[in-house]
Design a binder for this molecule. Sequence first.
Ligand SMILES: Nc1ncnc2c1ncn2[C@@H]1O[C@H](COP(=O)(O)OP(=O)(O)OP(=O)(O)O)[C@@H](O)[C@H]1O
Ligand SMILES: [Mg+2]
Length: 259
Amino acid sequence: MTPDGNRTPVLALQGVAHWYRTLEVVTPTDLAVHPGEFVCVVGPSGCGKTTLLRLMAGFLLPTTGSVLDSGEAVRGPDSRRGMVFQQPHLYPWLTVRENVEFGPRVLGISARQRREIAESYLKLVKLSEFAHANVWELSGGMQQRVALARVLANEPHILLMDEPFGALDALTREHMQDELLSIWRRTGTTVVLVTHSVEEAVYLSTRILVCSDRPAKIIADLDVPFSRRDVDARGESRAVKADPGFVTFREEVLQYIWK
Ligand SMILES: Nc1ncnc2c1ncn2[C@@H]1O[C@H](COP(=O)(O)OP(=O)(O)OP(=O)(O)O)[C@@H](O)[C@H]1O
Ligand SMILES: [Mg+2]
């Protein structure tokens, strides 16, 4: 708790700026992400969204300012902050289950326990029957679900996702959006997700951050007026996205990007 009674943010940026040599990519930014939020970050290509996410993960350290995880300074990557990339980046020499067991193995968890962990997360992403498959035998969407299970097996308290569905076809992408919403509802994990798609952002998130052109600055911080938290989205995503309230809000968000 902070002195004013608010919960400590899962992740906070305090005056965070980033320069690649002489190129300013992120201007001094303040941000607090609270437990259970689903935050989507949208903005023009090349504006600095991936850089922002890498700063949150600890893969990059800010040029100025600080990133705080539960009030403590981030000094490098940590399995408690799980990162999912546009490409699944699985280990091709390991089976599906071995990929998911990888994090718990590194953490020194016993063979029996990590098998249980892997099985429970493979079930969550609906891939139990592919546990013994080679990863290169799976479709792109299935590989991305393995990547998600592999990150979830570390039980991160925040999931950082960089265009995780960007490489998928439209139908698989819609299916994955509903999978992610369902996982978010069941695990209560905090999520920060970068996407090019404003529609995806409005569909998934509780809050949308719109970034300016490079150097990235948060020009709008919007609460999404309808939350997918309490509903079973399966089978109704088309209807939700066609709803007049949804379309109006999506257009409002787009106005910030086109300005
Ligand atoms: N490692 C690096 N070294 C130097 N410049 C970099 C590096 N990574 C990114 N940049 C530059 O920083 C700027 C922002 O890149 P970043 O990848 O964060 O943007 P982005 O918003 O994620 O773009 P996109 O929407 O295309 O994914 C770009 O101009 C890019 O060329
Ligand atoms: Mg990017």
